[in-house]
Design a protein around this ligand. Structure first.
Ligand code: SF4
Ligand code: SF4
Length: 483
């Protein structure tokens, strides 16, 4: 019987700083390759070869013992497979104990003073019907109090409370009430609680700014860039653009609130894809510390949707990511948060069975007090996991986690990017693929392309300035922001 042939394994090869690396999907580890291992992987890239064939082909250049040792090591880490085989199943282990809530996103209103055409809450793709009267327009103090009690009951020692809308600050009264109540109750229970919010910045008045600074809020501002890009979609109900109102208010906030970095969150559309110009305006002109970009979530066929694929987004991201890499190598800050978040996950060896914390450690609460997967599903009966008054429906939560485990996403099981993607955002999948349980197969090329870019940046930093990566050794430095 002939010796079994060796095939490329469950991994992704890349190059950075003139060195070869491999990202190993089963362990989510990055491994630098020596010349012999790289030669072995190159040799099987065009066709499978047996152990003996590899040794005989490479012995003269690398030495037969080194080749044999390298093959052994590559088989051990599954970068080489003795046959074409599906990757091992991720065991579908569901938590036996109730899962503590680490972040609760409180939708204090579902109303907004802007009318952004692409908005998932109001636009053509909305999933929650607020008109049927089931969800109140405004969260009451009583519901805010019940929500805080719920969070403090279900959390560990240091929960995050994030406020969201509609436009969050339209219900500043209840937000302020919830903060006061949460601080007092947390102190009684010996817990520490951290606050953040997402806002469109239109209502950042001096009193609000003082409050956010005094309470040390993490603030994320939804903004799409300089005047012409911001005013393309982020308009008031009468069609007037919002840039001239928000720009001075953002500057005033950044000037006053210095204890935590203020971040911007940009929704990219086919018509507003000038990533570099947006980034430079938001950091240099307005003073943001970090800027995160997300392609718009939309069903196909919308004017602003990326119906022809995400290649233009990837190109624009790569261009700005080069700047991040150079800054990191020189030990300087760069505020492109999409890179920072991904290399942090790579550094920590993230390997996900679920794409995000939704329905797990992160829950969204609707204006009426329903507990949902996350803020984007707040108020959706089809994505409900309990109420703040009755608590989490553990059976529904377990069924959700079971049904959405990566083990059920057949297409993802042979994908090297699965440790970081795990099928992608449930809301995106609901909108584009028709179900939260489906993987986002419409954007795989984009995810793999972006993950490859971030692996290269990670490898480059690891080679040229490894000390930069120490900032990612501990826990995440900011509470997850709603977007
Ligand atoms: S959705 Fe696509 S990119 Fe993400 S893990 Fe699944 S197959 Fe890979
Ligand atoms: S990734 Fe999607 S599903 Fe997960 S928390 Fe964010 S919006 Fe919700």
């Amino acid at each position: 019987m002939s010796a079994p042939e060796l095939h490329p394994g469950d991994c992704h090869l890349f190059e950075a700083a003139g060195r070869r690396f491999v990202y190993l999907a089963p362990s989510a580890a990055v491994m630098a390759l020596d010349d012999t291992s790289a030669a072995v992987l190159d040799a099987i890239a065009d066709r499978p070869r047996s152990n003996d064939e590899l040794v005989s082909d490479l012995a003269s250049s690398h030495g037969s013992q080194d080749v044999t040792d390298s093959i052994g090591e590559l088989v051990r880490v599954r970068a080489l497979l003795p046959r074409v085989a599906p990757p091992p199943k991720v065991p579908r282990v569901l938590p036996l104990q109730p899962i503590p809530v680490s972040t609760m996103v409180l939708n204090v209103t579902n109303q907004c003073n802007l009318a952004c055409a692409y908005c998932y809450e109001y636009g053509e793709d909305k999933i929650v019907q607020t008109e049927n009267g089931r969800q109140p327009k405004w969260m009451s103090e009583e519901t805010a109090r019940a929500s805080v009690d719920f969070l403090l009951r279900e959390s560990g020692r240091s929960p995050h409370l994030t406020f969201f809308g509609g436009e969050t600050l339209l219900n500043f009264k209840v937000l302020r009430y919830a903060v006061g109540y949460a601080k007092a109750r947390a102190a009684e229970l010996g817990k520490s609680i951290d606050f953040s919010l997402t806002t469109n910045a239109t209502l950042l008045k001096p009193e609000t700014i003082e409050f956010l600074a005094d309470e040390n809020f993490g603030v994320t501002i939804s903004i799409d860039g300089p005047q012409d890009l911001q005013n393309r979609f982020r308009v008031f109900h009468n069609g007037q653009g919002s840039y001239d109102l928000v720009a001075p208010r953002i500057k005033a906030l950044i000037q006053r609130h210095r204890s935590r970095p203020i971040g911007a969150r940009v929704t990219l559309t086919r018509e507003t894809l000038d990533v570099r110009r947006i980034y430079e305006h938001l950091t240099t002109e307005l003073g943001f510390w970090e800027v995160g970009f997300a392609p718009v979530t939309s069903a196909p066929g919308r004017d602003y949707a990326f119906d022809d694929g995400f290649e233009p987004v990837l190109e624009a991201f790569r261009d700005l990511a080069d700047d991040y890499r150079e800054a990191a190598v020189a030990g300087r800050h760069h505020g492109f948060s999409n890179v920072r978040e991904t290399i942090e996950e790579i550094h920590k060896g993230a390997s996900k069975a679920w794409p995000c914390g939704a329905g797990f450690g992160l829950l969204g609460v609707s204006t009426g007090g329903d507990v949902n997967l996350c803020h984007r599903f707040a108020g959706s009966e089809d994505h409900q996991l309990g109420t703040v008054r009755d608590g989490i429906d553990r059976e529904a939560q377990r069924a959700f986690l079971d049904r959405h485990h990566i083990d059920h996403k057949t297409d993802c099981q042979t994908c090297w990017a699965r440790p970081l993607c795990a099928g992608g955002c449930y809301h995106e999948a609901h909108t584009r693929e028709g179900s939260t349980a489906r993987p986002n197969l419409h954007y795989c090329e984009w995810i793999r392309g972006w993950t490859d870019t971030c692996l290269r940046i990670y490898g480059e930093i690891a080679e040229r300035n490894p000390a930069f990566l120490h900032q990612f050794d501990g826990a995440s430095h900011e509470a997850p922001q709603a977007g």
